[in-house]
Design a protein around this ligand. Sequence first.
Ligand code: MG
Length: 396
Amino acid sequence: MHAETLRSVVLLGSTGSIGTQALDVIAANPGGFKVAALAAGGGKVELLARQAAEFGVEAVAVADAAAVPALKEALAGHGAHPVVLGGPEGVAEAAAWQSDMVLNGITGALGLTSTLVALEAGRTLALANKESLIIGGPLVKRLAKPGQLLPVDSEHSALQQCLWASGPDAYDPGSVRRLVVTASGGPFRGMRREEMADVTPEMALAHPTWSMGPVITINSATLVNKGLEVIEAHLLFDLDFDRIEVVVHPQSIIHSMVEYVDGSTIAQASPPDMRLPIALALGHPHRVPGAARGIDWTKAHTWTFEPLDDVAFPSVALARHVGTEGGTAPAVYNAANEACLEAFMLGGLPFLAIVDTVAKVVEEHQVTPADSVEEVLAADAWARARAAELTAGYSR
Ligand code: MG
């Protein structure tokens, strides 16, 4: 980063996996960035207060308004006195706080409001909350100006970097034959469907290559995360689903690839570390020196690739289906999955029943165009309620 381009950042979801790694990047580049405001759910007020004090922020928000008194006490303990905001309105106020850029690292469908608020306020939006783009596709795309939305997902950050090789001019979809999104395959790669019948939450939470929050980790075990990422790639890069392929690459070094019309494939490679895509979005269009380590070529490496097993992992094909339907269908896929994850982690729902139930809810849903936030949230609420009905009766 150039020292003269000090960039102020609002960080949403600051106590989560993306948030804490973003603060690592910012702390290592004090001449490049400053933090204007932080927002978090409210479950970790001590960590949030420590972050607020360390980065000298102007405002702090917690989604859970009941956490405000504890947050104020923790802030006072650190000698910090920023503006304190509470409730979903407080998080929205933080999203619109004066800044150059908003990094949305909130987990799940809850992140939609913040995405829309940040775009409406004209901020550059570094988007780690893929769900908001996926469920609010038409709304987000209508609001986002060219270049306003920067992906933080490692695959999409990789695709973006590979697309910079499309030629000296701006991105030309006509020069691209297909996008190739890589997947680690998760902890159950290579298993047949019936071998996953007795998978427990503990087993699903043990990801082989990436260290992430619990929702995305289980989504990586079912490959729902890859399904969401295929929809995300379609929305970000305006290519039809038959031009977006998934390939399993267990080492998670190649983060995605672009194949051009002449048969050339450009791949982006780096050790798995979210600080790289975070830094690339925060520093855009400059690269942040030292954001992550590179590949160690003094050691031997083997990179392997294998096709996705759509029978064992039907979630990606289901995502293509809802993505092609469009409208409220992706929101229903995502919401039913979030409800089923909860039932799996807390309610004894069998692992295979997660995606089976999502498929049932998707099939029952009457798709509408998703033209308003209310419509998206109504579809989201319906899908959660229906998934809860279908998964009631299990117990751990
Ligand atoms: Mg990803």
